[in-house]
Design a protein around this ligand. Structure first.
Ligand code: AMP
Length: 298
């Protein structure tokens, strides 16, 4: 269905045909899967895909199978018209916006489960989440065909799961991770930030601040897992009603390091915490990423 701004496909077959035609016409295909409510982080992925590829497709689909019971599927923000404008501005060639029934038609019964990488961090806290993610991304990859697919490092575990899935299932897709895009105070951009009250939004800035302290401690030579985790947890506890985890893990296997352990040259520090009505996640790879807050006020 072509709109004024750019073609929007609702049917999986029409989207698949558009990607195939683009390749036949000599284009390289870039692909950015999203759940909509697009912000500058999403659009940076689109712009990066456009730098790498001549035809960029964005999918907008709030995937029901990755939400658990009691999670925010029904109230997930939806801003479709604005999303289309953003996609057009960032250089997308088309948008795929299917409904749930066309991605999960009656009788559909296949699920994709990635083992090991989903045992830690968000895996145990959100049972079924990564199965939903891997399943929908597999379906989307099957439609997009050979392409470069961009994913944000904000969802670090998701990125690792999708890299693994693409490799294991021989998808002809190059999975590329893109750095986390942040607000001026360091908060990672997220569609779920819309759930934050002004007061919670101010408090949420403690998260990147806490991560920044850990980056600086690591840069100063701190390798004790406990001494990286505990101050981070204490800062986040000030503004969070509940913390799902503050974990230092191997950045490749995502296996958590024990509190009495020692971090290597690179280590993932990942957090998930509830702030007001939002569950926020964030991370840094110590030894690799810069501090989220360049000028600390604390
Ligand atoms: P979502 O719509 O939240 O499923 O996100 C779609 C894609 O955008 C995923 O690959 C996310 O990791 C990525 N993304 C979301 N927020 C950010 C951000 N602040 N910076 C970079 N990428 C992001």
């Amino acid at each position: 269905m072509p709109t004024g701004l750019l073609p929007v496909y609702e049917s999986p077959k029409a989207f698949q045909d558009a990607c195939e035609k683009a390749r036949r016409d000599g284009h390289s295909v870039g692909f950015v899967p999203t759940m909509g409510a697009l912000h500058a982080g999403h659009l940076a992925l689109v712009a990066e895909a456009r730098r790498r590829c001549s035809f960029v497709a964005v999918s907008i689909f709030v995937n029901p199978t990755q939400f658990g019971p009691g999670e925010d599927l029904a109230r997930y923000p939806r801003t479709f018209e604005r999303d289309l404008e953003g996609c057009a501005r960032a250089g997308a060639a088309c948008v795929f916006a299917p409904d749930a029934a066309s991605m999960y038609p009656p009788g559909e019964s296949t699920r994709v489960r990635v083992e090991g990488l989903t045992d830690s961090l968000c895996g145990p806290v959100r049972p079924g989440h990564f199965e939903g993610v891997a399943t929908i991304v597999a379906k989307l990859f099957a439609l997009a065909g050979p392409c470069v697919a961009l994913f944000g490092r904000k969802d670090f575990q998701q990125l690792r799961v999708i890299e693994r899935m693409a490799r294991d299932l021989f998808f002809p897709v190059q999975v590329v991770g893109f750095p986390t895009v942040r607000e001026p105070d360091g908060l990672a951009m997220s569609s779920r930030n819309a759930y934050l009250s002004p007061e919670d939004r101010r408090g949420a800035a403690q998260i990147p601040l806490a991560l920044s302290h850990a980056v600086r401690a690591f840069q100063a030579g701190e390798r004790s897992v406990a001494r990286l985790v505990e101050p981070t947890r204490a800062r986040i506890a000030r503004i969070s009603s509940s913390i799902d985890y503050v974990t230092v893990a191997d950045p490749v296997s995502l296996v958590p390091l024990a509190d009495h352990g020692t971090a290597g040259d690179r280590a993932l520090l990942a957090i998930a915490a509830r702030v007001g009505a939002a569950r926020l996640i964030d991370n840094v790879v110590l030894g690799e990423d810069p501090a989220p807050c360049p000028q600390e006020e604390a």
